[in-house]
Design a protein around this ligand. Structure first.
Ligand SMILES: [Zn+2]
Length: 90
């Protein structure tokens, strides 16, 4: 189900991670950090997290899925901003 996330940009695998130097890595990580600061763990999940038991609340599964999508969206945005695309020869 997570494979259906809409994107107008090429997926992560078409990025040239090998060409990323330390300076670019720092920019990427700082930007990703700033984006992730806006993602909040749903407070409804705290009880489940501390209980140590397997959650059987379907509404929580939806919250986890949305939380996951928000994190993935941040990573995708940061990748699109800083990680160059692979060229056809690389
Ligand atoms: Zn739960």
């Amino acid at each position: 189900m997570f494979g259906n996330i809409e994107s107008s940009n090429p997926p992560f695998v078409t990025r040239c991670w090998r060409s990323v130097d330390d300076v670019l890595k720092i920019h990427y990580l700082n930007y990703l950090d700033s984006l992730l600061e806006n993602v909040v763990i749903p407070k409804e999940l705290y009880h489940c997290l501390v209980s140590g038991r397997i959650c059987d609340d379907c509404s929580h599964w939806v919250l986890v899925s949305d939380y996951y999508k928000q994190i993935l969206s941040c990573v995708e945005t940061a990748v699109n901003a800083y990680i160059p695309l692979k060229t056809s020869v690389s």
